[in-house]
Design a protein around this ligand. Sequence first.
Ligand SMILES: Cc1cc2nc3c(=O)[nH]c(=O)nc-3n(C[C@H](O)[C@H](O)[C@H](O)COP(=O)(O)O)c2cc1C
Length: 646
Amino acid sequence: MNHYPKLFSTMKLGPYTLRNRIESAPMGMHGTPEGYFTTESAAYYELRAKGGAAIVTLGESMVDSKGTSHGRVNPLDDPGILSSLIKTTDAIKRHGAVASIELLHAGIRSGTPRPDDPVYGPSAGTSFYGKKIIEMGEAEIEKVVNSFGDAAEMAKLGGVQMCMIHGGHGWLLSQWFSPLHNYRTDRFGGSIENKARIALMIIENIRKKCGCNFPIEIRLSGDEFTEGGMKLEETVELAKVLDGKVDMIHVSAATFNDRAAGLRMFPSVFLPRGCNVYLAEAIKKVVKTPVATVGSLNDPAHMEEILESGKADMVTLGRALLADPYLPEKARSGNAEDITPCIRCNYCISQNFTPYVKYPRGVVQCVVNPIIGREDESRFVHISGGKKKVMVVGGGPAGMQAAITAADCGHEVVLYEKGKRLGGTLLYAEHEYFKEDVRKLTEVLARRVQKRLIKVMLSTEVTPEVVRKVNPDVLIAAVGAEPIIPNIPGVQNRNVFVAASIYDEGDIGKKVVVIGGGLVGCEEGLHLAHLGREVTILEMLEKAAPEAPYLHWLGLMKELEKSARLETRAKVTRITEEGVYAVNAKGEEKFYEADTILLAVGLKPRTDVVESLRNTAPDFIVIGDCQQPATAMEAIHMGYFSAMNI
Ligand SMILES: Cc1cc2nc3c(=O)[nH]c(=O)nc-3n(C[C@H](O)[C@H](O)[C@H](O)COP(=O)(O)O)c2cc1C
């Protein structure tokens, strides 16, 4: 039975019959120092082909690596790339997906060999990074046009079957389209036809060099969401010019020239799912060419609705396919409830997001999927030592993942949880209005536990006595952490609560002070503000929530600006029945009135429980918060690898 008939209907694209309407978005990663693909990157892309996507798009690849360097991304003007490209496209094609590649020229966003070297763009001026822009003459334009054609030809030689021209996000082509950067008065400026001329020349050049059986998709920003930038109405006109010239129009959003717009490019948890669909819909209304939509899609039912209602012809998924590369296959086979949801924490992208992190980490990893970034090595992991009896203590993310993986490895597993439900610290997310996907994640993990032959014992505290009765070969302690209660006068007052437990325990007053502006304090404060409370968050350090992935941090700060007061460098000195006193950077004491005070100053491992269990089984492994307060990513990954290593 086809559960999502439209999503799993085929589609003709040039010579190809796509097996469904799901495209894997371009998501680049670092290769060798030359920018070539590696066995790791081939495995990274392969997984998404294996998971069922119809098209797998290789990320940003440079059409002119000398003129427009941009990190260590694949140089398509260097034949040295071919062998690694062939291995990568082979890995995609052997699973029945079509291999595509994104062609990019950075234009005024190019890196240059020397910091003072100029960059080339549509119009003279100063770039976002302060570089001098030289206006491109006809000769430079011709060179760029040829470099796209040559790059596509190189890609085709490398086994690539179609390409995606990057015409959005503030890279060269969108610089030509956008009123922000193109003020020319010649045949390349002014009207939208003129601004699109270079794109049409590129398309023609690619067709000439790659033939008509090499489909071309163009990625546009439906709206740049930047002051003075391109608006939807202008992109609609641009799409009319491109209609019939390309095989698919792909509608993304925003530009890198505006940091906040990045929240739209990689839609944050504070935006509704599918927030960019209306951009594709508006374009689809005026063109005959198939249209793809992208931006925070992760639910097959939602995708079906988008396609069914004619808002787009194709859905493109980025982060959702990192969280679960098997999303397409699970949806197709009626197993959608097992899809690991992307929680839009933006860890994957933020870690490589220079200049916002000091150095890009050069590896894509995913909080909810331990395999990402380790696709290659994971193929070689095998189980040794035969079947064992594994006892997992603690049903939070680390414990659940350990139990699931141990069961998948063929071990006999028993999982103990002190509370009434599985979920551990993930359960706190149930309350926060922007954590719907974390809620889903908890459900998915709990369901996976249920579906396996795992014996689950809820509401059961584990003592050494219990362990002795179970008599496991391996004991995995995942007993979590408890909140730190700071030594502040008044901390025991009745108006003081621990952040995570407030919903279970207390009436929340009108005025709330949150002590501790880490990620937990900020998120909790934001949620309470959303519930209509007057919220003040006090953070001792200079920066709030520094541990948050950059893009999530940016979104969070923007939301807090709207609804709560955040004071950094504020050290709380005492708590009274009426509120909180804190000393600021200048040493001045200030009073903050509050009915309710929340403590969010961190967690400490349940070391006493861990130590009571040590030496009660032949093998003893400690994971998650009880080892050291961990992020959800660390917990899930530790759970996975602890079980793989048994
Ligand atoms: C790890 C990562 C790498 C990305 N690399 C590229 C890239 O090389 N080129 C590009 O145009 N977009 C890139 N993107 C953006 C995605 O293609 C996509 O537009 C964006 O993630 C929004 O889709 P999503 O909400 O489904 O993730 C990247 C995104 C992620 C998460």
